[in-house]
Design a binder for this molecule. Structure first.
Ligand code: AHR
Length: 665
């Protein structure tokens, strides 16, 4: 009898425990409680020349090494001399190496920016020889498409020969588009050309560009360019598919031009904005810190037009006298750079009656651009010299004196600034998903009367070259934190944004948008951000969570490295905002575990709730699932209608990010 009672008691206790564990989590949307205002600039984009983001990416120019500044490098014969220059241009080859040879000519150029050329020596007439460019892992051939190009050429051949330019298959057997350049002479001259593909062409990137020559003689070439159609048909413009993807994220700003790209490895390779404007044929180009040369074809004006074309505003980062090798300037030596920054701001927002505003008009954009924020340098928390507070103050004072309306962003935190005033602090977080979950309440504990925060670089780094669903879950959990606190966290931009997925294209793993010469795709992280950016109200709705389930999350590798402790973390993350004009509430829910989550959702306060709502859901069966260039739409958001009420239950799918768009009055 005693034993029976004991067993019964045990059973009852077990049931109670199971019941306690299985209590339905509840979210109460406190509609009558005033929520903080959502920053109108909350979600934006960050960019720099990394991962062939511009060259071989967004910048639509297709010829690689157009001015023959990159040379083939070979291994030397002696161990102490690892490389030597061979005078052969990288990414260019001869059509017929018996009939011709080629060499970079350092004595022949067209101007100080393009002071070298390629000399092609054709030994015999009658044989069609010439040079071939590989492009950036091919050229995008599409049906019924016109390509516009140009090049500077001269020859010592007496008969004013013609050249044939074409895009063709790698074996040369199929010519997709072709035209002739007639009457090449002994003087340098710029020749423009265009050719079109037929409507029968099957899209391909397995192609190259050929310049064919039929007459013997020497030929010099430089600044060979080729453009497919560009976004908004801008000359010297950008790639339409990538621009459309960015626009679809509804970004409010674009942080430019970096990142490390702003700083450069050395002073010579800093982002010198004045060298990036005006005629592209007169831009020298410079080395990006990510191991390759930028032509600066995508220069400051192209950046600004890019922001305009995607409906965003620039957040301008100005060079602040610190470069990646640790060199820095301070005191009087920094003054020219402060002036450069003032000139740059004038180029962006000055009237046409100012020197640099007039230059902008001359370059093709008379109207000023919008600008609210200027950032001084990049990641100056790495500058161990202690020079940043002084450098920052010089920029801050000079910019505020002339443009008091601008918010000035520091790239070091308040403590490192040692009492120097900043309007906004830029914080960077690269984490794995576990660390994102653990930090998904970070901004709740910040002083909301303290300085505003710009999370200028952040990412959950899982998946390569682009991120997977696990990263998207980490991103979304982190975004709930930023959105809930967007009275202080006023801007956020993921990094890096772009990656060319070809072998050799990536320098930084886990990126947002991948592409090759022909196609592009968004990672699950891309879609998560597009959901957060597009479904956003102007007021945060406070949400009280009850019985939120938790799970034990062991230390991730990254957390071990950083000496961070393991802890249990919530299985679900959430945030709600409301559009105060329309009454639409956007409830965002992130379920980071592999089981469905039944959640009870209640609207508290004097409010009527519509019976039908729109659900947008991004989910996958496994967190390692992803999108690729060959399977670009494996994980995409799906829209459907669901039934809701003032008090309802909803089951969220395993590994899912969901937005419920619910109308209220
Ligand atoms: O986003 C890649 C790099 O990470 C940025 O260039 C730099 O600012 C950061 O360290």
């Amino acid at each position: 009898m005693k034993r029976k009672t004991f067993l019964l008691a045990l059973l009852l206790l077990g049931c109670t425990l199971v019941h306690a564990q299985e209590k339905t989590p509840k979210l109460v949307l406190q509609m009558d409680k005033p929520g903080v205002t959502v920053s109108p600039t909350l979600y934006g984009l960050m960019t720099e020349e990394i991962n062939y983001s511009y060259e071989g990416g967004l910048y639509a120019q297709l010829i690689r090494n157009p001015s023959f500044k990159d040379e083939v490098r070979g291994r030397g014969h002696q161990g102490w001399q690892p490389f030597f220059a061979m005078g052969k241009p990288a990414y260019w080859s001869l059509c017929d190496s018996l009939a011709s040879d080629m060499m970079i000519d350092r004595n022949e150029g067209i101007n100080s920016a393009n002071n070298v050329s390629l000399c092609l020596n054709v030994k015999e007439s009658g044989k069609s020889t010439g040079i071939i460019n590989d492009g950036f892992w091919g050229f995008p051939v599409r049906p019924k498409t016109t390509y516009n190009g140009s090049m500077y050429v001269k020859t010592d051949a007496a008969d004013s020969p013609a050249l044939t330019v074409s895009m063709e298959s790698l074996d040369g057997k199929t010519v997709y588009a072709s035209t002739q350049i007639a009457g090449v002479s002994g003087e340098w001259k710029k020749y423009s050309f265009s050719f079109s593909t037929s409507d029968k062409v099957v899209p391909t990137k397995d192609t190259h560009f050929r310049i064919a020559v039929g007459s013997a003689g020497k030929y010099w070439f430089t600044r060979v360019t080729l453009f497919p159609p560009t976004y908004n048909n801008r000359p010297n413009g950008l790639r339409p598919d990538l621009m459309t993807m960015m626009r679809n994220m509804n970004p409010k700003f674009l942080r430019l031009p970096g990142g490390n790209y702003l700083e450069g490895n050395t002073f010579a390779d800093r982002y010198d904005w004045k060298a990036t404007i005006g005629d592209p044929d007169l831009r020298v180009g410079h080395n990006s810190p990510w191991g390759y040369r930028s032509t600066d074809g995508l220069g400051l004006l192209e950046y600004l037009e890019w922001t305009e074309d995607i409906g965003a505003e620039p957040t301008l980062a100005v060079f602040a006298g610190y470069v990646l090798n640790g060199d820095h300037l301070a005191g009087d030596y920094i003054k020219p750079f402060v002036q450069d920054a003032l000139d740059e701001i004038e180029y962006v927002i000055g009237g046409t009656d100012t020197k640099w505003g007039a230059q902008r008009a001359k370059d093709g954009h008379p109207g000023p651009f919008k600008l609210q924020y200027v950032e001084i340098g990049n990641e100056d928390f790495f500058d161990r010299s202690g020079s940043y507070p002084g450098r920052f103050k010089q920029f801050y004072d000079a910019i505020k004196a002339k443009y008091p309306q601008l918010g000035i962003i520091s790239t070091a935190d308040e403590k490192s600034l040692k009492g120097v005033k900043a309007d906004i602090i830029d914080e960077h977080y690269y984490r794995d998903a576990a660390s994102m979950y653990r930090n998904a309440f970070q901004y709740d504990s910040y002083d909301h009367n303290g300085p505003k925060i710009f999370c200028g670089e952040w990412a959950t780094r899982e998946g390569s070259p682009t991120t997977n669903m696990n990263a998207a879950l980490g991103d979304a959990a982190w975004m709930t934190c930023m959105e809930r606190n967007s009275d202080i966290l006023i801007m956020a931009s993921y990094a890096p944004m772009l990656v060319n997925v070809n072998k050799g294209g990536m320098q930084w793993e886990s990126d947002l948008i991948g592409y090759n010469a022909l196609n592009s795709y968004g990672s699950p992280s891309y879609y998560a951000q597009a959901m957060f950016g597009n479904y956003l109200g102007d007021k945060v709705v406070p949400v009280a969570g009850e019985d939120i389930p938790k799970f034990e999350l062991p230390q991730s590798r990254e957390e071990k490295q950083r000496g961070m402790n393991a802890s249990s973390v919530p299985e679900i993350y959430y945030v709600a905002t409301k559009d105060s004009k329309t009454g639409v509430v956007y409830l965002k829910m992130v379920n980071v575990v592999g089981k469905p989550q039944k959640v009870s959702i209640a609207f508290d306060g004097d409010v009527k709730v519509a019976s039908k709502a729109i659900k947008v859901e991004l989910k996958s069966a496994n967190p390692s699932d992803t999108n690729t260039i060959d399977n670009p739409k494996n994980i995409i958001p799906v829209k459907s209608n669901i039934k809701v009420s003032k008090n309802f239950e909803y089951t969220f799918a395993p590994y899912s990010i969901t937005v419920l768009q619910i109308s209220s009055k």
